[in-house]
Design a protein. Structure first.
Length: 481
């Protein structure tokens, strides 16, 4: 290889390698000083994009963990206040039981009432003054709020807190229905109605009625109660009561029911027997009560049939049957009749009923489309212990109050447990995402330290080689001497 002065290729090569080594050393020192593997997009464009997305999610998670902890503190505050109201209600019930005793004087009851008045004042003060971060919790203004427990829109848990003031608790809202009769044996169809804007559908057999079992009061009750957790409204059925169409006739003397000649069928069971008085007729019917679910009594001159569990009462007979007609069960023109029990809807809060799509289901079960409010005469602020009768009413009111408070308290407790679970899940998610982000973004100090040592050695070697390369052209001077 020739000797050249103008171009020192060896020096250029050493200089290039030294530059690369120095750049690598600088990058390593930067990663060690910041602790980050990616300090700029050029370090890892895809990794930078992924890590920034994870950073955004992590910051959101960190905030929703705080949100959840705030929500837990808020519901804990409400629960503690309600717990004290429960204790007050227990004391008022105790005093109500004492005042209901006829062995104490009116003077004693007046003194007991003084304590009740003070307890009511404290009960109401707790409801009006319990707040969290300036937000009233139990005075009726809280309503329903969404608690943000996720990093995205809609990731919320809904919290509803009803009023626990003395003029809002203890009473109930009631929607009363009516019995339904179908002379031809076919009850009005039950389709759909709405309770607090939630559709009630899916009426199925009650399991005990022999006909129209999906249209019975029990079927309506089952459909409503299946949604009570969402609507806050519960349903109960009354006893089904059928009063004979006419009075017991003297012409019915020596009536006789057989399976082949005369027959009366109640809920699919043929009634057999004989007698001559209304008591005889009642005894004959009651002999089959275990099979029919129906028992007979007398209203004086007429037979009354009752199904205590609310099942339909289904009656059948031969229209020409003088025995059946004479005891007044069915009129001469009626061969089949179905009677359904009344349904009562109850809620601890105001509730709304309406038919869906212009239907007539509510009217068919005897309930008016309406908004039903709490009966103001039964709230806890009406408690009076000045007489034995009013003290008895006070026991019932305090029982309702305790039931409503404990129901609200249990819902809050369940929500608190849910929030605790949410917080734990968020914390675990935060931990896992942090680890994922660290693997992408953070520098491995052991690797970077080894890299730094290598680069330092290469830099020192490069400097030495560059110095030697720069000296190489001086060898040409010996040729010029």
């Amino acid at each position: 290889m020739g000797l050249r002065i103008n171009t020192n290729v060896a020096a250029l090569n050493a200089q290039r390698n030294l530059y690369n080594t120095t750049s690598g050393l600088n990058s390593t020192l930067e990663r060690l000083s910041t602790g980050l593997r990616i300090n700029r997009a050029a370090d890892d464009a895809a990794g930078m994009a992924i890590s920034e997305g994870l950073t955004s999610q992590l910051r959101g998670l960190k905030q929703v963990v705080r949100n959840t902890e705030d929500a837990i503190s808020m519901v804990s505050t409400a629960e503690s206040a309600i717990a004290e109201q429960v204790a007050i209600s227990q004391r008022m019930r105790e005093l109500s039981v004492q005042a209901a005793n006829g062995a104490i004087s009116d003077y004693d009851r007046a003194n007991i009432q003084k304590e009740v008045d003070q307890l009511l004042a404290e009960f109401d003060r707790i409801a009006t003054q319990t707040s969290f971060n300036g937000v009233a919790l139990l005075n009726g203004q809280f309503g329903t709020k969404d608690l943000q427990v996720g990093t995205e829109k809609g990731q919320t848990i809904r919290l509803t807190l009803a009023s626990s003031r003395i003029n809002a608790i203890g009473g109930v809202a009631i929607g009363d229905g009516a019995q339904r009769d179908a002379v031809a044996g076919v009850l009005t169809a039950i389709t759909t109605f709405e309770v607090n804007d939630i559709s009630v559908t899916g009426f199925t057999s009650d399991g005990v009625s022999d006909v129209e079992a999906a249209k019975s009061a029990l079927a309506v009750v089952a459909a409503v109660n299946a949604l009570s957790g969402s609507t806050g409204v519960t349903a109960t059925s009354e006893s089904t009561v059928f009063t004979a169409a006419q009075a017991f006739s003297a012409a019915c003397a020596n009536f006789n029911y057989t399976n082949t000649a005369d027959s009366l069928v109640i809920n699919g069971v043929s009634i057999t027997g004989s007698g001559s008085t209304i008591s005889d007729a009642i005894d004959v019917i009651n002999n089959f009560s275990n099979q029919t679910g129906v028992r007979a009594t007398s209203s004086g001159t007429s037979i009354v049939l009752e199904a205590p569990d609310g099942r339909n009462i289904h009656l059948e007979s031969d229209a020409s049957l003088t025995g059946v007609n004479n005891i007044g069960i069915l009129s001469a023109a009626t061969v089949e009749k179905v009677t359904a029990a009344a349904v009562t809807l109850t809620s601890d809060n105001k509730f709304k009923l309406e038919d869906a799509g212009g239907g007539t289901t509510l009217a068919s079960i005897g309930i008016t489309s309406n908004t039903y409010s709490i009966d103001a005469t039964t709230t806890i602020d009406t408690i009076s212990l000045l007489s034995t009768s009013s003290a008895g009413n006070a026991i019932e009111i305090t029982d309702n109050t305790l039931r409503q408070l404990n129901n609200l308290r249990s819902k809050i407790g369940a929500l608190q447990n849910r929030l605790e679970s949410t917080r734990r899940n968020l914390s675990t998610t935060y931990e896992n995402l942090s680890a994922a982000r660290s693997r992408i973004l953070d520098a491995d100090i052991a690797v970077e330290t080894a890299e730094m040592t290598k680069m330092q050695i290469l830099q020192q070697a490069g400097l030495a080689v560059l110095a030697q390369a720069n000296m190489a052209p001086q060898a040409v001077l010996s040729l010029l001497q």
